[in-house]
Design a protein around this ligand. Structure first.
Ligand SMILES: Nc1ncnc2c1ncn2[C@@H]1O[C@H](COP(=O)(O)OP(=O)(O)OP(=O)(O)O)[C@@H](O)[C@H]1O
Ligand SMILES: [Mg+2]
Length: 475
């Protein structure tokens, strides 16, 4: 649950927005003018602000400036009606997270809100290093192995220098967490921190996402768009999975590193920007350079300050503290008693190879905890929980299931052609998914919602929609 402030002079919009976000489980506050919006931010800083640009009295831009003077990190999404996009663009240029056009596309807006909340959380949560597993806060870096201590030192040395940092390591070793620690311990910690995942964004979009574009730069570019790098001016940008960045974008990043300049697509003149870059990859960059997929000049620039995260199997003494830490946190988060881990369970954790590293360890414990029936988590429970992640047999099972599912879909399509086949299948899948989650959690809606990654109100709405019966246990 996050606290969200909605600032708009239109009461109808405020209320419908408030209702929508309230249903998502967020805590909503509303202000009807720029002035009162700023006032409310000063009283209690929200996790996210959604603000109209055009309001009588103090407009959104002015309010945005005052909010930024007070706090640099709270994400702000600007709402704009057609015809006032120029102002919204100005706001993103000054560091607003993004803008949305009225009328809204609800799923898109909800998605953007989740992204903004995540960005705000990343920027705000301080990463503690090497804390004791029992009272370390969420997002702390756990581990006291020699390797982890070297990592802490490297973070401490590189953070204040403003240098480009490259973080390397297998998937799930904690690269993003380390990037955040570097940012948090740097002089830019009060400024924005944006993570851009170079694989998650299609090649054709990555360039415009990073650098923005001018109106008319390509078909469909109806307005100017401010890129993420420009938005993060003064702050830090993490380029995640940089090993997968297309060559054209690499050239532009190199220029940014050398000249501290960027150019929007279709732009006529370069602009100065001041951002610190932190890059991360799990790729073999040397190999990529050899194969011509990665620029050699960029590679040499990147590797000057490298933090190398060893795989978990090479620092086995961190496994038990990490497991204790995750089990503690997960049991609190999921509202389940912490059963502890048996002796043979601990031995299993220490001898398993963890191809998915820390993330796999955390996922495994989460699964084991959900299925646990009250006694200390055993070797068998853990073996079963990891198997689900990596085992070959399991993969084939999934294939069979998929085939079966495909047949069901075909049948339904044949029977309902031209009618509401899509809706019907989605409902059927939804009903099954929620039914299973309720089964696993003994009908406990809070736990089922957590398991599904839904808010409780959303889950309840679905239960009602699908007409599922749940036991009326006291929760
Ligand atoms: N040393 C650590 N202490 C506590 N939690 C950790 C540690 N390392 C990783 N984690 C947790 O493990 C998960 C994976 O970490 P993270 O996302 O930083 O990995 P990554 O290297 O970026 O992975 P990928 O390459 O798949 O993106 C996160 O939930 C993170 O908080
Ligand atoms: Mg990552």
């Amino acid at each position: 649950m996050a606290s969200i402030l909605i600032v708009d002079d239109d009461s109808q919009l405020r209320n419908s927005f408030g209702k929508l976000l309230g249903q998502e489980g967020h805590d909503i506050r509303m202000a009807s003018s720029g002035e009162s919006g700023v006032q409310m931010v000063r009283e209690a800083l929200p996790d996210l602000i959604i603000m109209d640009v055009r309001m009588p009295g103090m407009d959104g831009l002015e309010a945005f400036n005052l909010i930024r003077e007070y706090d640099q990190r709270v994400p702000v999404i600007i709402m704009t009606a057609f015809g006032t996009t120029e102002t919204a663009i100005k706001a993103t240029k000054m560091g607003a997270f993004d803008y949305i056009l009225k009328p809204f596309d609800i799923p898109e807006v909800l998605d953007l809100i989740e992204q903004a909340l995540e960005a705000g959380r990343l920027a705000r949560e301080h990463v503690e290093m090497g804390g004791a597993p029992n009272d370390a806060p969420a997002g702390a870096l756990i581990g006291n192995s020699r390797a982890m201590n070297e990592i802490y030192k490297a973070i401490g040395r590189s953070a204040p220098t403003d240098a480009l940092v490259l973080i390397r390591g297998e998937s799930g070793t904690g690269k993003e967490l380390v990037a955040r620690a570097v940012y948090q311990h740097s002089e830019r910690s009060g400024k924005p921190f944006l993570v851009i995942n170079c694989v998650a964004i299609p090649d054709t979009l990555l360039e415009s996402e990073l650098f923005g574009y001018e109106r008319g730069a390509f078909t469909g570019a109806n307005t100017r768009r401010v890129g993420k790098i420009e938005q993060a001016d003064g702050g830090t940008v993490m380029l995640d999975e940089i090993g997968d960045m297309p060559l054209g974008v690499q050239a532009k990043i190199l220029r940014l590193l050398q000249e501290k300049k960027i150019e929007r697509l279709g732009g006529r003149s370069p602009m100065d920007v001041d951002v610190r870059i932190i890059a991360a990859t799990n790729r073999d960059l040397e190999e990529a350079v050899k194969e011509g997929r990665f620029r050699e000049d960029l590679y040499y620039r990147l590797k000057v300050v490298t933090i190398e995260l060893p795989p978990l199997r090479d620092r086995t003494e961190d496994i038990v503290p990490l497991a204790e830490y995750f089990l503690n946190r997960l049991s609190v988060e999921m509202d389940l008693p912490n059963p502890g881990i048996s002796e043979d369970g601990l031995r299993f954790l220490q001898t398993y190879r963890w191809p998915g590293n820390v993330r796999e360890l955390s996922n495994t414990l989460q699964k084991a905890l959900i299925f646990n029936r009250g006694t200390a988590i055993s070797h068998e429970e853990l073996a079963q929980a990891v198997g689900a992640d990596t085992g070959r047999e399991q993969e084939e099972d999934v294939l069979d299931d998929e085939d079966r599912f495909r047949r069901t879909i075909r049948k339904a399509l044949a029977e309902n052609a031209g009618k509401n086949a899509f809706e019907m299948l989605m409902n059927r899948a939804g009903r099954m998914i929620i039914g299973e989650a309720l089964e696993i959690t003994d009908g406990n809606r809070t736990r089922a919602a957590k398991l599904l990654g839904l808010t409780r109100p959303t889950l309840i709405a679905r239960i009602e929609k699908y007409g599922l019966k749940t036991s009326t246990k006291v929760e």
